[in-house]
Design a protein around this ligand. Structure first.
Ligand code: ADP
Ligand code: ZN
Length: 214
């Protein structure tokens, strides 16, 4: 199974990805995670990426696509399925992804589009917390850690992403509507699109996804 998880920031792509990883043993390619990894390096490129992410702006298509293509060609077991999360984010990225997957004879099977209301997205993002060590996702209200500030999975430190503040969230939403939403039509034309209501609890989203992937 080769899929793309599409939808606005905060809709629950990462949470769903964690579940699909376990259930279907899919590889998880998150460009957000890959870029955050780059920002840990104290290099000019790392600092540039960090600046863009903190503003809620997109990193250049060229850079992100290069990272992804590298992964497809060298870091991915194509016999196993995979899912992209946070990529593609522009029509150009979608076209370049299709071309790269065609070269390795592994085209996408389907694109899951998660949809939720703005107030739901805002609430999910402002309450989101992440483990610095293992990346586990939490929410102050819906999925708190057992011990405050400490990851249930690995004991690592819990933090709030620098871009999960109200100002940056608004910027990210605008970028989504303008640059990313057009991808929905792109995949609809390929008959690969599956739309899902993500206003509901994670468990309910999972059930709907299982029905679609069957
Ligand atoms: P979310 O889906 O919650 O916005 P991500 O972790 O996917 O979070 O992305 C965080 C930030 O990383 C984005 O706002 C953007 O700056 C950058 N980014 C991630 N993926 C891409 C991409 N495919 N193209 C350009 N920028 C990206
Ligand atoms: Zn952890």
């Amino acid at each position: 199974m080769r899929i793309v998880l599409l939808g606005p920031p905060g809709v629950g792509k990462g949470t769903l990805a964690d579940h699909l990883k376990e259930k279907y043993h899919l590889a998880h390619i998150s460009t957000g995670d890959m870029l955050r990894e780059e920002t840990k390096k104290d290099s000019p490129l790392g600092r540039e990426i960090k600046g863009l992410m903190e503003k809620g702006a997109l990193v250049s298509d060229e850079l992100v696509t290069r990272l992804v293509v590298q992964k497809i060609e060298h870091g991915l077991d194509l016999k196993r399925g995979f899912m992209f999360d946070g990529f593609p984010r522009t029509v150009k990225q979608a076209q370049d992804l299709d071309a790269a997957l065609e070269r390795v004879h592994a085209p996408l099977d389907c694109v899951l589009t998660l949809e939720a209301d703005f107030n739901v997205l805002l609430d999910r993002m402002t309450g989101r917390r992440v483990c610095r060590k293992c990346g586990a996702l939490y929410h102050v209200t819906y999925k708190p850690t057992a011990r405050e500030g400490i990851c249930d999975v690995c004991g690592g430190e819990i933090y709030q992403r620098a871009d999960d503040n109200e100002k940056t969230i608004k910027a990210r939403m605008e970028v989504y509507n303008k640059s990313t939403a057009p991808i929905i039509d792109y995949y609809a034309q390929q008959n690969k699109l599956k739309k899902l209501n993500a206003n509901v609890e994670a468990a309910e989203v999972r059930l709907a996804v299982a029905a679609v992937l069957k």
